[in-house]
Design a protein around this ligand. Structure first.
Ligand code: PMP
Length: 458
C-alpha cells in the first residue's frame, strides 16, 4: 500500500521546507541542490516520504521514540477527547489524565512514588540536577552538590545537561559550563581500560576512585544511562550495577537513571534498570513515554526526596521550578493509552522475542562480515560496532558509516548510527524498531544491513 500523495502535490511544501526550516543534526549545504526528506505518513513500522518512497523504520522515528508504532488511532482519539474537554492548566493544579497516568506509571516502578511532568528528556534531567542542588543548599549545608556522570553517556541538549554528558566533542563549542559535573570512566568492555577478569566490578570501582578523589561529601548524585544509547549501545557488564548501588549507598549518593531511551519497554522490561535489579532514587524518561504522539517527559523520584521539599516552618518551601507545558493534558493522556497498548498487546514479550531474533541475525552477519567487531544490546535496542580491523579495533570512518546507512535506505530500511558527528563514537550501527515489529520485518531489516555492508565493504 502506498498512501503518500503524489510527489507533485507536495512541491510547494518541499520548497517551503527548503527555504524556511532548519533541520536538526543536518548540514544544509546539500539541500541547496537536493530535496529535503519530508516524512508524510506512517503505519506500524512503515513510513512514506514526500517522494512516495516507502521505508521500514528500524529506528522508531529516527531517535528511538515511537515505541508502539505509527498510526495509533486510539491514542489520537483519547487525546482529541481530552483536548476538547481541557487542553491545559498549569501543573500547580492537577489534571485527571496526569493523576491517572502517574498512578499507572508508578505501579511499574516499585520504590518510587512521585512524578514531575515536563516536555523533553533534557528538561527532565535538568530537574534532577536542580533538585539535588536545592537539597544540597537546604539540607546538606552546601555539601553534596556535585554530580557524577559517565563518559559516552548523553543527557541532553541544554547547557546543564551537556555539562553532564560524557561526549566531549558534542559539548565542545558551547562552554563555559556550570561547575560541579564530574566524569567517571565508561564501562564498555569491548574497549577495555583495565585488564581484569571481573570487568563490571572493576569499571564500577572506578566510580569509587573518582568519589574519593573529589571527596565523598561533595558528591550528591550519580547520573547514568541504564544502557548507554547514542554513545554506542553499551550494556554494562555483569557485576557493574550491583557494585554501583553499593557505592551509592556507602557514600550516601543519590542514584539517577536516565531512561529517556530505555524507558517504556525498549529493552523488554518497563525500564532498563529493571534488567539489573538496581533501585534508583531518580528516574527520568521521555521519548517512549507517549511514543511521540505528544510531548511529555517525567522526573520520577522517591517519597524521601519529595519530603525534603516540604517544611511546616517555611511557607515558601517548595521546588523552585516550573515547566509551562508540563501542564498540557495531551501528554499524560497519550502516555496512559501508550501504556495500555504495551500491556494489552503484550509488547514487552514481543520485544524480548524479536530482540533475540534481531540479535541472532546480527551475530550471523558478524560471522559473514569482518567489519562487524562487536554486537551488543538488550531487547529491541541493538548495536553493531564497525571496525577496520578486528585485532586493532580501529573504528571505520564516518563516511563509510554514512554510506552503510544510505545503502540500507536504498534497500528501503532506515537504520542509524551512534553519534554520527563524533569521530570514534560514530561507528556503531543502531537498531531500535518499534516494539510491534514482526519476525518478517526483523529479517527484512537485517537483510538490508547485509546488502549495505556488502555494497560498502565488499
Ligand atoms: N537522555 C538520553 C539518554 C537521550 O538519548 C536523550 C536524547 N537523545 C536525552 C536525554 C535528551 O532528550 P531530549 O532530546 O528529549 O531533550
Amino acid at each position: 500500500m502506498n498512501i503518500a500523495p503524489h510527489p507533485n502535490d507536495l512541491r510547494p511544501i518541499i520548497e517551503a521546507d527548503r527555504r524556511h526550516v532548519w533541520h536538526h543534526m543536518l548540514q544544509h549545504k546539500p539541500l541547496e541542490t537536493n530535496d529535503p526528506r519530508i516524512i508524510v505518513e506512517g503505519k506500524g513500522l512503515k513510513v512514506w516520504d514526500a517522494a512516495g518512497r516507502e521505508y521500514l523504520d528500524a529506528l522508531s522515528g529516527g531517535v528511538w521514540t515511537v515505541n508502539v508504532g505509527y498510526g495509533r488511532t486510539s491514542i489520537a482519539d483519547a487525546v482529541r477527547d481530552q483536548l476538547v474537554k481541557l487542553n491545559y492548566f498549569a501543573q500547580s493544579a492537577g489534571s485527571i489524565p496526569g493523576s491517572l497516568f502517574a498512578q499507572k506509571l508508578l505501579e511499574k516502578m516499585p520504590g518510587l512514588s512521585r512524578v514531575y511532568f515536563n516536555n523533553s528528556g533534557s528538561e527532565a534531567n535538568e530537574k534532577v540536577f536542580k533538585m539535588v542542588r536545592q537539597i544540597a543548599e537546604r539540607h546538606n549545608g552546601g555539601k553534596k552538590w556535585k554530580i557524577l556522570c559517565r563518559e559516552r553517556d548523553y543527557h541532553g541538549t541544554t547547557i546543564g545537561t551537556l555539562a553532564a554528558s560524557g561526549q566531549l566533542q558534542r559539548a565542545a563549542m558551547y562552554g563555559p559550563y556550570p561547575d560541579g559535573f564530574v566524569m567517571v570512566p565508561h564501562c564498555l568492555e569491548y574497549r577495555k581500560q583495565w585488564d581484569v577478569e571481573n570487568y563490571g566490578e572493576r569499571a564500577a570501582d572506578a566510580i569509587e576512585e573518582v568519589i574519593l578523589r573529589e571527596g565523598p561529601d561533595t558528591i550528591g548524585l550519580l547520573c547514568l544511562e541504564p544502557v548507554t544509547a547514542g554513545g554506542g549501545v553499551i550494556v554494562p557488564p555483569e557485576g557493574y550495577w550491583p557494585r554501583v548501588q553499593e557505592i551509592c549507598r556507602k557514600y550516601d549518593i543519590l542514584l539517577h537513571i536516565d531512561e529517556v531511551v530505555c524507558g517504556l519497554g525498549r529493552t523488554g522490561t518497563w525500564f532498563g534498570y529493571q534488567n539489573f535489579g538496581v533501585q534508583p532514587d531518580f528516574v527520568t524518561m521521555a521519548k517512549g513515554v507517549a511514543s511521540g504522539y505528544a510531548a511529555i517527559s517525567c522526573t520520577v523520584t522517591t517519597e524521601a526526596v519529595f519530603e525534603k521539599f516540604k517544611d511546616d516552618a517555611d511557607p515558601m518551601a517548595h521546588f523552585r521550578d516550573i515547566s509551562t507545558f508540563g501542564g498540557c493534558t495531551a501528554g499524560p493522556t497519550a502516555a496512559l493509552e501508550n501504556m495500555r497498548i504495551i500491556e494489552d498487546e503484550g509488547l514487552l514479550d514481543n520485544c524480548l522475542a524479536m530482540g533475540a531474533r534481531l540479535r541472532a541475525n546480527l551475530l550471523a552477519l558478524k560471522d559473514k562480515h569482518a567489519v562487524i567487531g562487536d554486537v551488543r544490546g538488550l531487547g529491541l535496542f541493538q548495536g553493531a560496532e564497525l571496525v577496520k580491523d578486528r585485532a586493532t579495533k580501529e573504528p571505520v570512518d564516518e563516511k563509510s558509516v554514512a554510506r552503510v546507512i544510505a545503502e540500507a535506505g536504498a534497500r528501503g530500511v532506515m537504520i542509524g548510527a551512534s553519534n554520527r558527528s563524533i569521530p570514534g563514537l560514530n561507528n556503531t550501527l543502531c537498531l531500535a524498531p518499534a516494539l510491534v515489529v514482526s519476525a518478517a520485518e526483523i529479517d527484512a531489516i537485517t537483510a538490508a544491513i547485509d546488502g549495505a555492508l556488502t555494497a560498502v565493504f565488499g
